[in-house]
Design a protein around this ligand. Structure first.
Ligand SMILES: Cc1ncc(COP(=O)(O)O)c(C=O)c1O
Length: 301
């Protein structure tokens, strides 16, 4: 969905963008809504900023609207949303959900901060910005599209957040290298690079669909999703990690992603580094589910 914010600035990755936006928008003791489970670095960032985090669970279509409405009664200053390929669950919002969330945020004092960390490696093309253009700060990272070492993200908004952020930056690095920006522009417009991203999107989708299918076939409860991440509920996080390590499989523990206490234990499986060979993926899925012995190699998923 084309979003053409009139104000735009370039910073050094989505996390840098989030930190700078928090620096402009959040004051100690301000309430900030975020998805639960969510990105651990954002949890740390908000805690360091002294924010009072209001976690809101997700359902299959994104942040739960009724619970978001309830959270807005606490008068937060910002709502952080990952519109697509949410880390860790892989959830992409539906357009309907994006419009509902925008309607809930509209009429409050909060701004929506959209962390589009996956960009076009996600299949969905959705965001709340299209429905709440005046009060959405859109962060678009190029890390997952073209490599995290680029350290580049765009921050777009109609309000003055990008200007405030750029002004503060003049006391430090000043700006992101124009040479690197030229490289990213080329990557975003060159036909071969665009085709390579489309190919990556298709392959990631096929791998993660197969992982989901395999895990479900083995009786595990798995998030629906997009991009590279799959969120899997397990009986016991630690026991699962240890058992998987013994089979040569490394996954991320779920607890660092969980904000509210007392949630169902889970792990995050990342499909980005898996091979395209579906037999290997089936073996890894069986290994995660605990029904198969060693995969014969160490895989980090
Ligand atoms: C939700 C989320 N936000 C931000 C980032 C950081 O992205 P960047 O490399 O652009 O700083 C990540 C990285 O995985 C992420 O998952």
């Amino acid at each position: 969905m084309a979003l053409r914010p009139p104000r735009l600035t370039i910073v050094d990755g989505a996390l840098d963008a989030a930190a700078r936006v928090v620096g402009v928008v959040v004051r100690p003791d301000d309430r900030v809504v975020m998805e639960d489970p969510g990105f651990p670095a954002l949890i740390d960032l908000l805690e360091r900023a002294g924010a009072d985090i209001v976690p809101v669970p997700l359902d299959r279509q994104g942040i739960d609207v009724d619970l978001l409405r309830k959270a807005m009664e606490l008068n937060p200053v910002a709502v952080f949303i990952q519109p697509r390929a949410q880390n860790p669950t892989g959830t992409s919002m539906t357009r309907l959900r994006a419009s509902e969330e925008a309607a809930v945020v509209d009429g409050t004092r909060a701004i929506a901060i959209e962390d589009d960390h996956s960009g076009d490696i996600a299949v969905a093309d959705v965001g709340v910005g299209a429905f709440l253009p005046d009060r959405t700060v859109h962060i678009r990272s190029y890390s997952k599209l073209h490599g995290p070492d680029l350290r580049m993200a765009a921050v777009g908004c109609t309000a003055d957040v990008p200007d405030a952020l750029a002004a503060r930056r003049m006391f430090g690095a000043g700006w992101t290298s124009r040479v690197l920006r030229g490289v990213v522009l080329e990557l975003l417009t060159d036909a071969d690079a665009v085709a390579a991203v489309a190919e990556a999107r298709t392959r990631y989708a096929a791998r993660s669909a197969r992982v989901r299918e395999g895990l479900r076939d083995h009786g595990l409860s798995v998030s629906p999703g997009d991009g590279i991440n799959v969120w899997v509920q397990v009986p016991d996080e630690r026991a699962s990690l240890v058992a998987m390590a013994a089979r040569g499989i490394r996954v991320s523990p779920g607890s660092p992603f969980q904000v509210a206490p007392g949630q169902v234990p889970a792990i995050r499986v990342t499909c980005g580094a898996l091979p395209d060979d579906m037999d290997v993926i089936d073996t890894v899925a069986a290994g995660i589910a605990g029904v198969e012995a060693p995969v014969g190699m160490t895989v980090s998923v």
